[in-house]
Design a protein. Structure first.
Length: 244
């Protein structure tokens, strides 16, 4: 099927290489990243409405995970990392999402005695997504080692858009790690290593200047590379070239 298509695209360069290795193609696979609408995804003050709804005490920083709750995400590693952090650190973990692992993760969190520092919630409505993402002071994208370069989390584009720092668990050689380093927007941690993840979260928790610097760098990267008009202009140019 691939060899009969005039053009194939993918959202990461690693995926492009994997596709090109599968079959002889008529043209190189086109890198077409996920985009974000930066007119709606922008930095703003954390939502007091969400903080109140989640009963988060004043002075606490929110570590936010938002996404599917399945095996490949490795959210239990995030729970284990949080359990390693001293309770005096002003950190509160919010996990937003649904999936086959949610019930098991909720039970696991109870066994780790995280009830006072953790809340599971559902996804935010689309019209409040920017407000929701801005409520997180630190975002976390955990991935299992086996998932490296099989997926590039689409949630990253909006996190960069709202100008928040991010901690990811992925090998240094992965596409996700290269993106984080290129954007200077966060910390890359060895996957499935709760101790290393806890250290990264503590580092950002105790350094407000670093959080701010990384958040602003992520926003600038999104403006240069992930803004919807820039990405679609590239696609339009490519399609026009093919037709001509």
């Amino acid at each position: 099927m691939l060899s009969h298509l005039d053009q194939v695209s993918s959202i990461s360069r690693a995926m492009c290489r994997r596709l090109e290795a599968k079959a002889p193609l008529r043209h190189r696979v086109m890198f077409l990243p996920n985009w974000t609408d930066l007119t709606s995804m922008r930095s703003q003050a954390p939502s007091q409405a969400y903080r109140a709804a989640w009963s988060i005490p004043d002075g606490m920083l929110i570590v936010l995970y938002s996404g599917s709750l399945g095996r490949k995400q490795g959210v239990e590693v995030l729970l284990e990392a949080f359990a390693l952090l001293p309770e005096h650190l002003p950190l509160y973990l919010v996990i937003a999402g649904e999936g086959p692992e949610r019930v098991r993760l909720e039970e696991y969190a109870k066994s780790l005695l995280l009830a006072k520092r953790l809340r599971f919630i559902s996804f935010a409505p689309q019209e409040r997504l920017a407000e929701f993402l801005n409520t997180g002071d630190i975002h976390c994208i955990p991935q299992r080692l086996a998932a490296a370069d099989l997926v590039l989390p689409s949630k990253l584009t909006n996190i960069l858009g709202v100008g928040r720092p991010v901690v990811v668990t992925t090998p240094e050689t992965s596409e996700l790690a290269r993106t984080i380093h290129a954007a200077s927007c966060g910390l890359v941690v060895e996957p499935e290593n709760p101790t290393a993840l806890a250290a990264a979260l503590k580092k950002l928790c105790t350094d407000a200047s670093l959080r701010n610097t990384m958040g602003m760098a992520g926003r600038r990267y999104a403006e240069r590379h992930l803004e919807i008009n820039a990405v679609l202009s590239h696609l339009r140019t490519k399609l026009a070239s093919m037709v001509s």
